[in-house]
Ligand binder design. Structure first.
Ligand code: UGY
Ligand code: MN
Length: 266
């Protein structure tokens, strides 16, 4: 048996590290608590950790990330990808965001940006604190006769709270223009009073990327319930049975990706 000298370190693994895991990956859904999502680095960003939450290897038709941008970090140069849309949502701290050659603007908690395919952007951290930004990339699905959407940079406080369901205790903020057929996905803030669930278990063709922002609850995926709280992520593939039952005393809110407005490719 050989003995090697390892670097001195004092950290210890927490109790439960061997077998305790809230995470589940199934063929058409995944539940991911943040502690298990390891670090990736991407060539277009420096001093930036990417936690990749959804990717085609999981079954998703889009990619979703939490970017942790260290002071001085971010895009190394204006970045664009042919055919790919980008969406950003500020979680914590204040990034500096510039798109399509515009003057840089703050992207703080609650700010969001939508970039149509091929639009160059830069995302940088010019503060002394780490900045966390939720990011999403999706290949644009063109529809005959429809123009490309325009870029958007806004804040959730500029978006009205609506409720088309008529059910008490529900609130919706559609961050991208609702019903605008140029867009092939929605990013919706879904608000719930404690105890208010959907009127029925949903089973639909659209897929979801769900990032929990506030509150807590129980999430039904397929046939199993999962306890969920802030910073947890869920991917739901098409036709994954789903229901949310908010628990606790506070309002719950998650940011929900949903592919919409396009016919089925046959
Ligand atoms: O609009 C939706 O599909 C939404 N109600 N689904 C969800 O929150 N899981
Ligand atoms: Mn749904």
């Amino acid at each position: 048996m050989s003995q090697r000298a390892f670097p001195v370190a004092t950290g210890r693994v927490p109790p439960g590290a061997i077998g305790h895991n809230r995470g589940v990956v199934r063929p058409n859904y995944a539940f991911m608590p943040p502690e298990g999502v390891l670090v990736s680095r991407l060539p277009q960003y420096q001093a930036t950790i990417a936690r990749i939450l959804a990717a085609p290897v999981l079954g998703a038709a889009f990619a979703q990330y939490v970017l942790e941008i260290a002071p001085g970090g971010g895009t190394t140069a204006p970045f664009a990808e042919e055919g790919i849309q980008q969406f950003f949502y500020g979680l914590t701290g204040e990034a500096t965001f510039a798109m399509a050659g515009d003057a840089p603007k703050p992207l703080a908690a609650g700010n969001f940006a939508y970039l149509p395919p091929g639009t160059p952007f830069s995302l940088r951290n010019e503060t002394a604190e780490t900045v966390r930004v939720l990011a999403l990339r999706k290949r644009y699905e063109r529809a005959p006769g429809l123009a490309m959407p325009e870029p958007i940079l806004s804040h959730q406080d500029e978006v009205p709270m609506t409720n088309h369901t008529g059910m008490e205790g529900r609130g919706f903020q559609f961050l991208l223009p609702y019903g605008d057929m140029r867009f092939d996905f929605e990013m919706n803030l879904m608000w719930f009073k404690p105890g208010v669930c959907f009127p029925a278990v949903e089973t639909h063709v659209m897929e979801h990327g769900l990032y929990m922002l506030e509150g807590q609850g129980l999430y039904l995926l397929g046939a199993d319930w999962h306890e969920i709280w802030a910073r947890d992520f869920i991917w739901m593939g098409g036709y994954c049975p789903q229901q949310f039952y908010p628990t606790g005393q506070d309002d719950a809110c998650y940011l929900l990706y949903k592919n919409v407005n396009r016919d089925i490719a046959l």
